[in-house]
Design a binder for this molecule. Structure first.
Ligand SMILES: Nc1ncnc2c1ncn2[C@@H]1O[C@H](COP(=O)(O)OP(=O)(O)OP(=O)(O)O)[C@@H](O)[C@H]1O
Ligand SMILES: [Mg+2]
Length: 347
């Protein structure tokens, strides 16, 4: 028993191209509770710091400690096989090989690495995850948070955040199927789609495809001869023009499906025929009409949208549960960032 269990909160701040999403998780006795949520659009050309400052004012989060992420072409994620070394030598061993994998000057990047899979493999090889990001994009993110009074305690990358949200939800729902099943998590954002293959909940492969909701809106605008704002509206609620909108979207959605399929094929070829069994969709772009059906047809495997807040305890006094459910698809990254609080609190 305990007379007092310390609460710990962490704010996951996902600074997306289209909008900023912020989710706060608080742990008490190891169990996470969603204690804050808000999101705000970032109009093109606007300062994200101002939008975030407004969001913080409106939401009254408990914590000033934040986890955020970086993504894009300045971020490199590699899964390496290398000769077994003791844990204490891992960093220097990876550092020694890093320039083989990182197409940037090593002085310009921040790197991190972690060993994957338990030891004991008899091959003498170990699998290592290497992440590198340009120092200036990390500094920009940390500075952006500092300007609005937040302290960046973790800077993650989008695919791992999505993977952490997936793990959080599986644990919250005691999902026994997680085990060592291979799943593809596909987060369709505005400017990009993040593909993450996980085995159980360990990441195994990730790639960004630079296609997303903006491209779908662009396709509708072009085909129907309307402005971007009107196209965005029609894409979300096509009403009587459903057939025309579907026609406009078909090609762009197919293109995304084919690009992602290349990644799944690449993963499976490299893993000696290990199959990706299920596909889970998130991101605002996953709500695009016909997207789920098209991906399922192209992938030829079970494909479904998932909610990164399913089964999580929510503090209903401060969080609008209806809004949370409505926008759940967009929250995979922010929930996964905040999910770090569970590991922080672990003994
Ligand atoms: N109901 C809907 N139907 C179709 N598309 C939608 C819907 N709601 C949002 N979207 C699209 O989702 C996209 C925004 O999704 P999300 O918030 O995941 O992106 P982001 O994180 O801001 O962008 P990125 O990850 O690319 O930086 C927009 O392109 C928007 O048009
Ligand atoms: Mg995003």
């Amino acid at each position: 028993m305990a007379f007092f269990t310390r609460q710990r909160s962490l704010l996951g701040v996902d600074i997306g191209t289209d909008s900023i999403k912020a989710v706060e998780l608080t742990t008490q006795g190891g169990e996470p509770i969603l204690t804050g949520y808000g999101q705000v659009a970032v109009p093109q050309g606007a300062d994200p710091a101002e939008a975030l400052a407004d969001l913080l004012k409106a939401c009254g989060f408990r914590s000033r400690r934040a986890a955020t992420s970086v993504s894009g072409r300045s971020v490199i994620v590699r899964f390496l096989s290398m000769a077994e070394v003791p844990e204490s030598n891992l960093r220097s061993a990876v550092r020694f090989e890093a320039d083989k994998y990182i197409p940037f000057d090593l002085d310009e990047v921040v790197t991190d690495c972690a060993r994957l899979e338990a030891a004991g493999d008899s091959s003498g090889e170990m699998k290592v995850l290497l992440v590198a990001a340009k120092r200036d994009i990390i500094q920009n993110r940390v500075e952006l948070l500092r300007r609005v009074g937040l302290e960046a305690v973790h800077v993650d990358v989008d695919p791992f955040a999505v993977g952490n949200a997936f793990e959080l939800v599986a644990r919250a729902n005691n999902d026994p199927s997680l085990g060592s099943r291979v799943s593809a998590l596909i987060d369709v954002g505005a400017s990009k789609t993040t593909v993450t293959v996980v085995k159980g909940h360990e990441p195994r492969f990730t790639r960004e495809v630079y296609l997303g909701g903006e491209d779908f809106t662009g396709a509708v605008a072009k085909r129907l001869g309307v402005e971007a704002g009107e196209a965005e509206h029609l894409k979300r609620a096509p009403g009587e023009r459903a057939e025309e909108v579907a026609g406009a979207l078909a090609h762009a959605v197919d293109e995304l499906a084919n690009e992602v399929m290349l990644s799944l094929d690449y993963y499976e070829d490299r893993q000696d025929g290990e199959k990706v069994e299920d596909v889970y969709l998130s991101g605002g772009g996953s709500r695009t009409p016909l997207l789920e059906e098209t991906l399922e047809r192209v992938f030829e495997r079970k494909t479904a949208t998932w909610s990164p807040v399913a089964g999580l305890a929510v503090d209903g006094d401060v969080v609008d549960a209806n809004l949370l459910t409505e926008n759940a698809a967009q929250l995979a990254v922010s929930v996964g960032l905040a999910a770090r609080v569970v590991k922080e609190g672990a003994p």
